[in-house]
Design a protein around this ligand. Structure first.
Ligand code: SF4
Length: 360
């Protein structure tokens, strides 16, 4: 898709994981064909920024060669699977995601943003992350199928999970789901086999930067990453892979804490409490700069700060403690709201915001 700084090319790593070879290949491709900037999205995908029309075919060839993009465009568009980033080889999440992946060709045509969540670890981790058709652990320990927007799901027989997801997607397609757009907005009554009374188990908190069983988790301010940094991570001694997450965190399997340019392993880093979309000039819908202002305000704002280039609020759909929304070249200020909500003060410039928060 086109952005203010060129084409934005999305890469959806299988199982949310890059091998060191793939990570190095992706970094090289982003430098050769794009601006060298990468984003980690809220669906745990990667976006290569600043790609020119001329460089696009070369980039695609490189990504296909590294197994990062499917050569078949239809298959690529169907591969919208968010998996628990704590999966281990052979566990339920791995097994179900691999089975679904092998059968993506059986899916009906679905709206572009419709996707799957496979969160089959011992304790759920992705309960707050959107996804239309879901496999989760229920409070009794079994796996369940749950449609987004429904509080409860249907218990599953072991081995039937991928088939159940395909069946639910098929039902969505023929019952008017594409008109509603997403499962959460699709009000049709579920078929009996998908309409169980099993409650999902309580989730554990999202991952935070620091050391984990799998390795070192690094936070990415604003979800932004330099291609050189990805290459550096891939070459760290002992690294077995790099996992993406929906929380602007990269899990470096086998990694140890260290200095990595632009990333933080400190869970208390103020920049990791901030949501700020790319803003001007990268997004043509923004009339204001966002991230430099967010960096200046970060140490002076208590709680969560959201700086949004416009009322759409792409970086954070929920409420934040302090919200700045760009409009007509100035900022609207609100507290405890979503981006675009009626402001407490409107039309503020950068100098008055710096003064208001006591920043420099
Ligand atoms: S919130 Fe607005 S300005 Fe920011 S990325 Fe989304 S559309 Fe662009």
């Amino acid at each position: 898709m086109m952005a203010g700084d060129g084409l934005l090319v999305r890469v959806k790593p299988r199982l949310g994981r890059l091998t060191p070879v793939q990570a190095a290949g992706l970094a090289e491709a982003a430098l050769a064909c794009g601006s060298g900037s990468l984003d980690v999205t809220r669906r745990a995908n990667l976006q290569i920024r600043g790609v020119s029309e001329a460089a696009w075919p070369d980039l695609l060839d490189r990504l296909v060669a590294f197994g990062l993009v499917d050569a078949d465009g239809v298959a690529e568009s169907r591969r919208n699977i968010l998996v628990s980033p704590e999966w281990k080889p052979g566990d339920d999440t791995h097994r179900i995601a691999a089975a679904l992946h092998d059968r993506l060709g059986e899916l009906p045509a679905l709206p572009g943003k419709v996707g799957f969540v496979i969160d089959a670890g011992a304790v759920p981790l992705l309960s707050a992350e959107p996804g239309d058709f879901r496999i989760e652990r229920c409070s009794k320990g079994d796996l369940l199928l749950r449609a987004e927007g429904r509080a409860k799901g249907a218990p599953l027989r072991p081995g039937g999970e991928a088939q159940a997801l395909l069946d639910l997607a098929q039902w969505f397609a023929v019952s008017g789901g594409p008109t509603a757009g997403r499962m959460a907005r699709h009000a049709a009554s579920l078929p009996d086999w998908a309409n169980g009374g099993a409650e999902p188990a309580r989730p554990k908190p999202a991952l935070t930067p620091g050391m984990h069983e799998l390795g070192a988790a690094y936070g990415l301010p604003f979800g932004r990453l330099k291609a050189q940094t990805l290459g550096q991570l891939a070459q760290m001694p002992g690294v077995r892979g790099i996992r993406t997450t929906p929380w602007r965190i990269l899990m470096v399997e086998g990694g140890v804490p260290g200095e990595v340019d632009g990333l933080s392993i400190d869970p208390h880093e103020p920049l990791l409490r901030i949501d700020a979309c790319p803003g001007m000039p990268e997004c043509p819908q923004s009339s204001v700069e966002t991230r430099e202002l967010a960096r200046r305000l970060a140490p002076h704002v208590a709680g969560r700060l959201h700086v949004s280039g416009c009322a759409k609020g792409c970086a954070h759909s929920g409420v934040a403690d302090v919200v700045l929304t760009g409009r007509g070249g100035a900022y609207d200020l609100s507290f405890g709201q979503r981006a675009g909500a009626p402001p407490l003060r409107a039309g503020l410039d950068i100098d008055s915001l710096i003064a208001h928060f006591g920043a420099t």
